[in-house]
Design a protein around this ligand. Structure first.
Ligand code: SAH
Length: 223
């Protein structure tokens, strides 16, 4: 893979900078307001995170296939989840379950001090690692494992982002949240999935169901 942070996508036959600006404008119109989130999405080369054949669609607001039956999340969903996740939490230590392409990981790495991200498919984890390294995002640690176990060595986390839908909140993950920390996860089986925001309080957890969503399932084990 030949990636450089300086690649501005001209080779794609599109001006990726202008395409990014248009995407950010669209996200704004859809209600995303967090300036740091918009700035990060406007700066990151999403075309690095998809196969070359799909690069011309990288700045559309849509999910795209990344192999192994998985998808890179829709930019609106990346922006919306990040905005919800970071509202009111310390931006120190964030755990992501479902690295996938690594794009959401890169957005988080632009906004917080340290990102820990777990992916169950070895090939996706390795490709994401190469992309993040090429972009010189060094505050990220990736792990090939089943995310249901979380990452106890680095817990507690200020925020936990889950990008595949489990049937219910994984208790182990909820327990790895710091007090005041926030988890954002899709919950349920398609077509009945919704986004859930869970906040750890001094006495337990408070949760709130947000909008309906459509994510790939949270699966057990590794491959
Ligand atoms: N944020 C990613 C989303 C990828 S799709 C992106 O935008 O590219 C969700 C990812 O979660 C897939 O790569 C899938 O393999 C992974 N996943 C599903 N269940 C998992 C589990 N139990 N542990 C770790 N990763 C998991």
């Amino acid at each position: 893979m030949q990636l450089t942070a300086a690649d501005d996508g001209e080779a794609l036959g599109v001006s990726s900078r202008r395409a990014r600006e248009r995407l950010v404008e669209r996200l704004r119109q859809m209600g995303v307001t967090h300036p740091d989130v918009l700035e990060a999405i406007g700066r990151l080369p999403r075309h690095f995170f998809v196969d070359e054949a799909l690069a011309s669609r990288a700045y559309d607001d849509s999910a795209l296939p990344i192999g192994w039956g998985q998808t890179i999340s829709q930019p609106y969903m990346v922006a919306r989840m990040t905005e919800i996740l970071l509202a009111g939490v310390r931006r120190e230590r964030v755990l992501e379950i479902g690295t996938g392409s690594g794009f959401h990981t890169a957005v988080l790495a632009s906004l917080v001090r340290r990102v820990y991200s777990i992916e169950r498919i070895a090939d996706l984890k390795e490709r994401a690692e190469r992309r993040l390294r090429a972009l010189k995002l060094r505050n990220v640690r990736l792990r090939h494992a089943d995310g249901a176990e979380g990452w106890p060595e680095y817990a507690p986390f200020d925020a936990i982002l889950v990008t595949a839908a489990p049937p219910r909140v994984p208790r182990v993950l909820a327990n790895q949240l710091a007090c005041g920390g926030c988890m954002v996860t899709p919950i349920g089986t398609a077509p009945d999935q919704s986004l859930l925001r869970l906040v750890r309080t001094r006495t337990g957890w408070r949760h709130e169901a947000l909008e309906p969503v459509s994510f790939v399932p949270f699966l057990e084990g590794t491959c």
